[in-house]
Design a protein around this ligand. Structure first.
Ligand SMILES: [Zn+2]
Length: 238
């Protein structure tokens, strides 16, 4: 059966002499693998659709265990993400989160949040704040929503930690061994961003040191709770 789906290209790997396997995150089918025949040939017309961040309508034919690319109509390349190294790595964190999801489990909300994050990054919203917002949405949609108001065990709110073993925010008394301490500034920023809508992110003004630390704390938590994000390490090094 042939399908047509709106999708974001996450990454691609070589397959044989001229082909590639493209990993897509699609609106209707979630994460899927697509074989693009002949795409490595110098004159291949569809080269653009394997580039990370490419948003397009992909026309696919069902193959054995994967789809085969028939054609693609590009809607947006998000090329400007490549022109700023911080934005680029921020975008890579988003792609890596989507790649960590289970195959063929669509999540329209997360699909839209990913595109909104690319828009925010290209529109000049602080990259660390934009990615922080996406990571919180990613956790929420993966069933790990975090509440930064108080300890999820006893309700105390004096000093908070992220505890992957408990699966949430806890206080000093309730924390386990692998808990990640949140400084007052980081805790407040996470609380603020988690209570906001994405259109308000541009209003947040905090030093990069604080937003980087927040991304570091959250990605450390995700590394244990979900999966390690290699690009997050590069991102906060910028
Ligand atoms: Zn507690």
């Amino acid at each position: 059966m042939d399908i047509s789906t709106k999708a974001i290209a996450l990454k691609s790997v070589d397959y044989g002499e001229n082909d590639k396997i493209i990993l897509l995150y699609s609106l209707e089918y979630g994460k899927i693998s697509v074989r693009a025949k002949g795409i490595k040939k110098p004159k291949a017309k569809l080269k653009f659709c394997q580039e990370p961040f490419c948003l397009g309508v992909y026309e696919l034919a069902a193959g054995h265990g994967y789809y085969v690319l028939k054609t693609c109509q590009q809607l947006e390349s998000f090329y400007s993400l490549r022109e700023d190294i911080v934005c680029f790595y921020g975008g890579c964190v988003v792609l890596e989160c989507l790649a960590a999801l289970q195959p063929e489990e669509p999540d329209a909300r997360l699909f839209v949040e990913a595109l909104k994050t690319f828009d925010a990054l290209t529109a000049g919203v602080n990259a660390y704040i934009a990615v922080l917002y996406f990571l919180l949405q990613f956790l929420k949609q993966s069933g790990y929503e975090l509440n930064f108001a108080a300890c999820s065990v006893c309700g105390d709110n004096s000093q908070l930690y992220l505890d992957p073993a408990v699966g949430g925010v806890v206080c000093k008394q309730c924390k386990g061994e692998g808990a990640i301490a949140l400084s007052a500034g980081t805790g407040n920023l996470l609380k603020l961003v988690s209570s906001m809508t994405s259109d308000k992110l541009a209003n947040i003004r905090v030093p990069d040191a604080v937003s980087k630390e927040a991304v570091h704390s959250l990605s450390s938590y995700i590394a244990v709770a979900v999966q390690r994000l290699k690009s997050a390490t590069e991102f906060i090094r910028m």
